[in-house]
Design a protein around this ligand. Structure first.
Ligand code: ATP
Ligand code: MG
Length: 440
């Protein structure tokens, strides 16, 4: 069933409207508009991918993807509110306010036999930009449950694989020969884990088997793409399950090698506990529609590696605490960039909150008090609470910072043992400072 297979392929099973649960009420108005206008324009128009899968499962889809036989330029002409994106493989984004409907032209099967240059030695697909028909498009998709097509022309579902059965039995099954498909695009291993975590599906045995063996192929994936995948895995409300699966399949090392190292070296279980608790927080925030940030995710992942490296610098090289922390932070953050990108807008604030963990142990004096006004105080304090909850920081210290935030100014000065700053008499302006003719 894979790309290199030249046997004739079966046509789709077509499930009539009466045989499935997808109704137009579950599809966004914007996606419906796109589907109908393509249809009226004489093109095929299908809802495809996560939208169909999630609707069959009774879940609210994250977004709607449309597949069509219209070429990107034709889609562009049909929709004034669209633009073409992608260099290698063009597709159209149709915008309705904040919602974007992605319209993808069916892809053709790569003509592998006639062009070896389409695959790298590892089997990775390098070029992938031929248009085709739906009968070819389906075999390029990753999992059977992601390859169901809902036809707007008559509300049928087209299933070329075992998608419907696999939705019913909650099975994540790669289309075609698993090893070939993972070699073509190693990110599919992470997608398997992401969908298993998100949907609570079991990965089919034959799709699961090669993952641990082929994990190292992830080293060839650009760090920017792994960063995107990492966020989809850890910031979409199923981070804890995602982590368990990454550990089970031994893949954490390709995303967070320092973290995987700390976990492996830690016999107390404390490292994993902090990460689990941190990810639980994130999942809770996602479920309750609160904002989440990669800064916090990376702080949770990199805290132990950075802390341990800093301790070593203190002991081995006699560095002072803060300096050791800063150097350890920079070393590990720049090492991490070879695996997943970690943009400065997140790594800079993370450094602040990690370094502040030490400064928060100091409760006396004006400097300590000024931490309350630091723009990262809230994040650093939240991180301290997390550490305390895991027994990695002093709970009394965390409680003290909780209390002190609620105190009136006078009480607060006392708590920090700061003498109340004497109220200065307003200084009389010196004559020569004020320009002539203007009041001082
Ligand atoms: P969700 O949007 O809920 O995360 P999705 O299934 O829609 O899940 P997308 O990443 O939006 O996933 O991709 C849309 C569809 O494109 C997928 O359902 C799949 O059919 C196809 N697809 C995406 N990435 C790949 C890939 N790496 N290999 C093969 N097919 C892919
Ligand atoms: Mg999608």
């Amino acid at each position: 069933m894979n790309d290199t297979d030249s046997k004739p392929r079966p046509g789709p099973k077509i499930i009539p409207r009466s045989g499935h649960t997808i109704s137009r009420a579950g599809i966004s108005r914007s996606a419906l508009k796109v589907l109908y206008r393509l249809d009226k324009g004489g093109y095929q128009a299908f809802l495809v991918g996560g939208g169909v899968r999630d609707l069959l499962l009774g879940r609210e889809p994250k977004d709607f993807d449309v597949a069509t036989n219209a070429r990107p330029e034709e889609v562009r002409q049909l929709f004034g509110n669209s633009r073409l994106i992608g260099r290698r493989f063009k597709l159209a984004h149709v915008r309705f306010g904040r919602e974007i409907v992605e319209v993808v032209t069916f892809r053709g099967a790569a003509d592998v036999e006639h062009d070896d240059r389409q695959h790298a030695d590892s089997g990775r697909i390098l070029r992938d930009n031929v248009f085709g028909a739906i009968e070819e498009d389906v075999w390029r998709r990753d999992f059977t449950v992601n390859a169901l097509y809902y036809n707007i022309a008559d509300f049928t579902i087209w299933d070329f694989t075992t998608g419907i059965e696999d939705v019913a039995s909650r099975t994540l099954r790669l289309i075609g020969d698993p090893e070939t498909r993972y070699r073509e695009d190693p990110v599919r291993m992470l997608r398997a884990i992401r969908f298993a975590a998100k949907l609570g599906f079991e990965i089919a045995q034959e799709s699961a088997e090669p993952i641990e063996r082929l994990g190292a192929l992830l080293r060839d994936v650009p760090p920017a793409r792994l960063f995107d995948e990492t966020l989809k895995l850890f910031q979409a409300g199923h981070a804890v399950r995602g982590l368990e699966l990454l550990l089970q399949y031994n893949l954490l090392q390709y995303l967070f090698p320092y973290t995987a190292g700390s976990i492996a070296q830690d016999s107390s279980g404390g490292v994993l506990q902090l990460i689990r608790e941190g990810l639980k927080n994130t999942d809770r925030r996602v479920t309750t529609d609160q904002s989440v940030t990669p800064m916090f995710l990376y702080a949770v992942m990199l805290w132990y590696p950075i802390r341990d490296a800093a301790k070593q610098l203190e002991m081995r090289d006699g560095l002072r605490e803060t300096e050791a922390m800063l150097i350890a932070n920079d070393t590990i953050v720049s090492g991490q960039q070879h695996y997943t990108a970690f943009p400065k807008r997140f790594s800079m604030p993370m450094k602040d909150i990690l370094v502040m963990q030490q400064r928060l142990t100091n409760r006396r004096g004006a400097r300590a008090q000024r931490l309350l006004e630091h723009k990262r105080f809230r994040a650093a304090y939240d991180f301290l609470l997390l550490r305390a909850a895991c027994g990695e920081a002093d709970q009394q210290l965390a409680d003290w910072w909780t209390e002190v935030q609620g105190l009136a100014p006078d009480e607060q000065h006392k708590a920090f043992d700061v003498k109340r700053p004497r109220r200065r008499k307003p200084r009389r302006p010196r004559r020569r400072d004020s320009p002539p003719g203007e009041p001082p």
